[in-house]
Write a protein of this length. Structure first.
Length: 491
């Protein structure tokens, strides 16, 4: 099919098969997501080191507890911002314009990290990247969905192609920013992340004409004057946060805990609304109750999984033997191992679940495997616990991150899918928001837990968290029959 023959934006895309059997617009969205994840994970791989490395080494010289708290708070804010991004797309701009604007904000955030020195650059840069990434994640998913009719059998495969861009970006980003950091310094690495996002934006702009008009529609626009209250709310929140920092109530060291508390309160509020609303049927209320233990399992999973950007990175820097044939591998390369395994494993798991069909594990069982799998991954650190210096063999961290990936494949891909199917008809977006809040809460808790990590007593740290995750995974496994019944037909 030629470009001239392609369906006009907003029309039926079922005949457009120019990108591996999918609409050409998918290539554009695949590209922007790849480069956004390249910049996101590339920067995040460098950030922890930048925060706690000494000033003489190009870092800021913060305590490790402060560094891990900042990284945890940032990661939690990214997923909290997904909720705000969805609101902006639904009420103000539409998904496509939200995606473009959010990607621009991400680029500006990386640029701020590159050019603004000190903690001011971190504050401005991470705030912009967190807000922008939240908008990109929700809006991009919505725009991809607009390419397919409800009955288009290519939809699942299209999302698989799209999310492959996520993992390619996550694989390549830490490799290139790590090399840049070791060769030229931290700010050049942040600059490379900004360049990557700029490349993605450039490609996206050239292909915007291929996107459907429906992606620009505002589904539930605010009434005239309706923006006043949200803007005032944002201003009030900003002022309160600033005052808390000025008065010393909020500090770098307790920032992740503060984010976790805020997210937990919001999540409890949404669950309360869903369980008490008279507009929710008894069957729907049962499904919401079934989601509570899986929400908690998701929190447990992400609270350990997200430590690959804090504890695992510190471990790789201080305990891992990274010398290969006389060449010392940059610490950031470790962050590329897990997405590499996901790229390899994703097609295998897709085939496995397809062939097993109804004989495969149910969703609560998969969640239990995911949480327990992260516990097993932490326990795999124990054979090398108590050592000194960079003595842990590289093969050990490869094995551990392989288990990270196996656990992820059991929980992460099915979590968002479940949230779209299990929610009450009138509150489906809130249920999706709950899943993102579980990721947000787990990510913030990862920063809080990471403050307890000390290489001198790492055996206690890994064993306690590993056993707790295994036990909680076992509890969910025991509850799986009840959860499955309460899901009322949702598998």
């Amino acid at each position: 099919m030629t470009t001239a023959d392609a369906p006009d934006p907003g029309q039926d895309f079922s005949a457009d098969r120019r990108f591996f059997g999918h609409p050409l617009a998918l290539a554009n969205l695949f590209s922007v997501e790849l480069w956004e994840r390249f910049s996101f994970y590339g920067m995040q791989a460098v950030m922890t080191l930048y925060l706690y490395y000494q000033v003489a080494e190009g870092g800021l010289g913060l305590e490790k507890s402060e560094a891990t708290s900042i990284v945890g708070a940032y990661a939690g804010t990214v997923y909290l911002a997904c909720v705000a991004g969805a609101w902006i797309a639904d009420r103000l701009l539409g998904a496509e314009r939200t995606l473009f604007g959010a990607a621009c904000i991400v680029m500006l955030g990386h640029l701020a990290l590159a050019v603004i020195p000190g903690i001011a650059g971190v504050a401005v840069g991470l705030s912009l990247v967190a807000l922008g990434s939240g908008g990109v994640k929700t809006a991009a998913t919505s725009v991809v969905g607009s390419l397919y009719r409800r009955d288009d059998p290519r939809a699942d495969a299209g999302f698989s192609i799209f999310y492959m861009g996520v993992n390619i970006g996550a694989l390549v980003g830490p490799l290139l920013t790590g090399l840049t950091r070791t060769t030229f310094g931290f700010h050049w690495a942040f600059g490379l992340a900004a360049v990557g996002m700029a490349v993605g934006l450039g490609i996206y702009v050239t292909g915007r004409k291929n996107l459907p008009d429906s992606a620009s529609v505002v589904p539930n626009p605010l009434p005239r004057g309706g923006l006043t209250r949200p803007v005032m709310g944002v201003v009030v929140v900003g002022v309160v946060v600033a005052l808390l920092f000025v008065t010393g109530v909020l500090t770098a060291e307790n920032l992740s805990t503060a984010v976790a508390i805020v997210v937990a309160v919001i999540a409890v509020g949404i669950f309360t609304v869903l369980l008490s609303s008279p507009r929710v049927t008894s069957v729907e209320r049962s499904r919401v109750r079934s989601f509570i233990p899986m929400f908690l399992a998701s929190v447990v999973f992400w609270s350990l999984f997200q430590q690959q950007f804090s504890v695992v990175e510190i471990y790789a820097d201080e305990r891992l033997d990274r010398v290969i044939g006389g060449w010392e591998m940059p610490t950031e390369f470790v962050n590329s191992l897990e997405p590499f395994f996901v790229i390899v494993l994703a097609p295998l798991f897709a085939v496995l679940w397809t062939r097993l069909g109804e004989r495969g594990p149910s969703t609560p069982v998969k969640f239990a495997i995911g949480a327990a799998g992260m516990g097993a991954a932490f326990l795999l650190f124990l054979p090398w616990a108590g050592g000194t210096g960079n003595t842990t063999p590289l093969l050990a961290i490869i094995l551990i991150l392989l288990v990270f990936a196996l656990a992820e494949m059991n929980l992460s891909p099915v979590g968002l899918s479940l949230s779209t199917r299990i929610g009450p008809a009138l509150f489906r977006n809130q249920t999706v928001a709950l899943y993102y809040l579980s990721v947000s809460l787990g990510s913030a808790l990862a920063g809080t837990l990471a403050k307890l990590y000390d290489p001198t007593v790492e055996g206690t740290y890994f064993s306690v968290l590993g056993v707790v995750a295994l036990v909680l995974g076992g509890v969910l496994l025991a509850l799986a029959p009840w959860v499955k019944r309460a899901m009322q037909g949702v598998r």
